[in-house]
Structure formats: C-alpha cells, structure tokens
Design a protein around this ligand. Structure first.
Ligand code: NDP
Length: 281
C-alpha cells in the first residue's frame, strides 16, 4: 500500500522539542516488516506553528501524524473532527487524513491498557489505581483505567488541574500528598506516574507501598526511570513506558495503514532505538 498518488505514503510525529523520539524507528520497522511503501519522520514544530503544521499536513497529503508534548491539546482547534476518547480527555495523539478530513484520536489510553494486560499481565478491573499528573497522558490513562473498571484517583501538584483531569476521565481527584496517595492504595493497587518528575518529587515512598502494588512510570530509559528503580529495589513489580509506547504506536499504525501491526518487529526496534538514544523521554 502506498500514498494517494501511488508514491511513498508519509507519516510522522510533531512535538517540541523532538530530538530523541523513538517513533520513527518503531513505525519504519513496522513498514519494513510488512513491505509497505511508507516512511515516518519526526517534525519539530514550535508551539506558535502548530496550526500551520496541521494545514500543511492536509496540503502535503501526509497520511498520519502522531502528536506529542506539548501539542496534544493545541492541535484540536485545527482538526475537522475529534473522536472519543480524545474529545473527552482533550488530548489528541494521532491525526489521520481520511478522505481529505483531519480526524483526531487518542491511542495512549488503549495503548496503556494493551501494555498492562498483554505485557504486564495485569487486569485493572476492580483494582484501586492512582494516576499522578494531570496532563494529556494522565487524562488518557485515567480515562482508560476508569473504562476498564479500575477505581481510579488522579492526583497532581496543582489541585485545580487534578480536579479537571479527574472530571474529564470520570475519576476521583486526590490530594498530592504521600498520606493521601497511600490511603487510595490497596495491596493489589496500581500506581502510574504520568509526569516527567523524578521519584523524589512524587508524593509516595516506594519502600512504604504495600507488597503487591504494581508501579508504572510512563517515562522510559535508559537510564531506568528513578521511580521504576526505587520500586524494583522495594521488591515491587514495576514497568517503564516503553511497552505503552509500542502499543500506542501499533494502534496508530493500524489506523493509518489498515494492516495488522507487526508488534514483535516494532517492539524490537523500540528497544534497539532506546539503547541507541539514552536519556530519551
Ligand atoms: P503534559 O505536559 O501534558 O503533562 C505533564 C504533567 O506532569 C502535568 O500535570 C504537570 O503539572 C506534571 N508535572 C510536570 N513536572 C512535574 C514535576 N516536577 N512534579 C510534579 N508534576 C509535574 O505531558 P504528557 O501528559 O504528555 O506526558 C507526561 C509524561 O508521560 C511524560 O514524561 C511523557 O514522556 C510520558 N508519556 C509517555 C508515553 C508513552 O507512550 N510511554 C505517552 C505519553 C506521555 P503542571 O501542569 O503543574 O506543570
């Protein structure tokens, strides 16, 4: 399958800054594995040029764009349509050019759930979950956890942001304090760090979390995110965000190409690229 005029189809990611994105390696490995005539590139787009970039996408016939920090909310105004759950959580991470229309969607929440179930072996249904942060990723992940039946609390350093994110996700808002987070957890609970913060800045002490708690930091290394390292040291199951990155990419890949994503090839490329690009987000 190829582009509209029979040439190479183009996809990519916009963000600012975007110096170490793993997405080109992940998507291009997927195209290569399936022999698709597609190419995926990273486009650094400063915040004051987001609208122009989206208009350019339509003019250039770019088939799909991923959207990363800090543009996930800002792109919404430039789109023709925003699907759920992206509209409710006000965060678009995937734009698809469909019959000349720009359609926004969000694969972060579903990507997180696929990672959780398929890679981590955790079914969130009925578990307490605390999501730290109130940005695009936090809102998408909290919304997905609520939909999957987790008793979800959102805590963020700004209480008003936590309230708004919790309301968008259908979750409870919690206080940004170690005592409040501990009170929201049980032995089978899930803690998700959806901030770029180090463990020392977060309202929890990994060593004092109940045994059986699973910890996910949406960041990935190398180096291993400090929360993941601290949780591992405390004997807890803990995971970084690479698995979610691969699954959200696979979902976008399938939307754009219509082909089943070759997950193994994409995951291998993610791991290889992460090792080549230390300190990536
Ligand atoms: P946003 O900028 O939209 O939101 C960031 C959130 O973190 C805000 O609530 C912000 O609070 C909070 N925050 C920032 N710095 C700190 C700090 N030092 N202490 C406490 N809170 C802080 O980012 P995203 O939601 O898009 O991304 C969040 C994280 O998730 C990033 O690390 C990103 O790389 C990762 N991510 C990973 C994905 C994956 O596939 N693995 C996908 C998407 C994101 P405030 O508003 O007060 O600044």
């Amino acid at each position: 399958m190829s582009g509209p005029s029979g040439g190479t189809a183009v996809a990519g990611v916009i963000g600012w800054p975007i110096t170490r994105s793993l997405s080109p390696a992940i998507h291009n490995a997927g195209y290569a594995a399936l022999g698709l005539d597609w190419v995926y590139a990273a486009f650094p787009v400063p915040p004051d040029r987001v609208g122009e970039a989206i208009h350019g996408m339509r003019a250039l016939g770019i088939r799909g764009l991923n959207v990363t920090m800090p543009h996930k909310q800002a792109v919404i105004d430039a789109l023709d349509e925003v699907e759920e759950p992206a509209a409710t959580v006000a965060a678009v991470n995937t734009i698809t050019l469909r019959e000349g229309r720009l359609v926004g969607s969000n694969t972060d929440g579903e990507g997180f759930l696929r990672f959780l179930r398929a890679d981590a072996g955790i079914d969130p249904a009925g578990r307490p979950a605390v999501v730290l942060g109130a940005g695009g990723a936090a809102r998408a992940v909290a919304g997905a956890l609520v939909a999957a039946g987790a008793e979800t609390t959102v805590a963020a350093r700004r209480a008003d942001a936590a309230e708004a994110a919790a309301a968008a996700a259908g979750a409870r808002a919690g206080e940004w304090s170690a005592a409040a987070v501990a009170a929201a957890l049980g032995p089978e609970a899930l803690v998700v760090n959806a901030t770029p913060a180090e463990v020392s800045e977060l309202p929890l002490e990994a060593g004092r979390l109940p045994a059986g708690v699973a910890v996910v930091d949406l960041r990935y290394g190398p180096p291993v995110p400090s929360l993941v390292a601290a949780a591992r040291e405390a004997g807890l199951r803990s995971f970084d965000g690479l698995g979610m990155l691969v699954h959200q990419a696979a979902l976008a890949f399938e939307r754009w190409t219509g082909a089943p994503a070759p997950l193994e090839a994409m995951a291998r490329a993610a791991g290889d690229a992460a090792r080549r690009a230390p300190a990536s987000r």
